[in-house]
Design a protein around this ligand. Structure first.
Ligand SMILES: O=C(O)CCC(=O)C(=O)O
Ligand SMILES: [Fe+2]
Length: 286
């Protein structure tokens, strides 16, 4: 169970590290279910595969044979029961509720992100904005080993204390290829950008960056205003990472304010999946 000192640490530093937050057994269950989905896709599409192939090998086989279905497979992980059991479990939600001092949470953006050295993607330093609330805790929980060498999440401890910071490019959603706050550049002391914010200038320094080494299932739980970014993953295979955002109800304008207007750029999407059109003949659908 989460201790009082961990709660204080979360308040002070804007993050905590919880070892074995997701257990091996649970990780294996999610992987097994993903194997079931992939095998079903292969069988349906008559794609030959070796039963002994690893999950990563199957992922790349699907990517090669049916790139669109690879994307659909990736998207479908977030509606997989085993995955959601992990995200919504007592253990996870109890911990988060203690950290946020709330009795209920809204959960958004839960997904199992993939990173691979052939699909290099790093995120510049950002705060988690443009979401459903103004106060939340995020989970970053890789299902494989990560550290400074493999490339992983990088954070700036204590940076959440400044609240929402506005600086150059901070109003556009962070994407791979984002030019401001690029972690690799800051680590090499090569980022020479006028951030247009003196606090940000002080924060975005090599000596302020922490790169936690994590074993599969270890999690970084962090405040939405904590600056975080990533270096490209160059480790073995795929970096499967559970990401999820847990929100405070009393900081969620959508449910509180009748006149709340969502961002036009990032309209609210509460995660309703697409539907099958039954105007077609059933046998044409499947
Ligand atoms: O997975 C990562 O490296 C960081 C992800 C992240 O911060 C995000 O998607 O907003
Ligand atoms: Fe983020």
């Amino acid at each position: 169970m989460i201790t009082k000192s961990k709660i204080n640490e979360f308040k002070k530093n804007g993050f905590i590290i919880v070892k074995n937050f997701v257990e091996k057994k649970e990780i294996n269950k999610v992987f097994n279910q993903m194997n079931v989905v992939l095998d079903t896709i292969f069988n349906f599409n008559k794609i030959k595969f070796d039963k002994k192939m690893s999950l990563d090998e199957k992922y790349f086989l699907l990517k090669k044979k049916k790139p669109t279905l690879k994307s659909h497979f990736y998207d479908s992980i977030r509606i997989l029961d085993g995955f959601n059991n992990v995200v919504y479990s007592e253990k996870r939600t109890k911990t988060i509720k203690k950290l946020l001092n709330t009795k209920a949470v809204f959960v958004t953006n839960h997904r199992l992100r993939t990173d691979h050295k052939k699909e290099k993607a790093s995120l510049a330093f950002h705060q988690e904005l443009n979401n459903i609330s103004t106060s939340s805790a995020l989970i970053f929980c890789p299902f494989v080993k990560v550290n400074k060498k493999t490339g992983t999440l990088c954070i700036i401890p204590g940076s959440h204390k400044h609240g929402h910071l506005i600086f150059k490019d901070s109003k556009i959603a962070v994407e791979p290829g984002h030019k401001t706050g690029v972690v690799e550049k800051i680590l090499k002391k090569k980022e020479k950008i006028d951030y247009k914010n003196s606090t940000v200038k002080k924060l975005f320094k090599k000596e302020n960056i922490l790169i936690p080494s994590l074993n599969p299932g270890d999690a970084v739980i962090f405040n939405n205003f904590l600056f975080h970014g990533s270096t490209p993953y160059v480790g073995k295979g795929l970096r499967w990472t559970l990401l999820a955002n847990y929100h405070q109800i009393n900081k969620t304008p959508y449910v509180l304010k009748e006149n709340f207007t969502p961002s036009k750029q990032y309209p609210l999407e509460l995660g309703l999946p697409m539907r099958i059109c039954y105007k077609q003949n059933l046998n044409k659908i499947l």
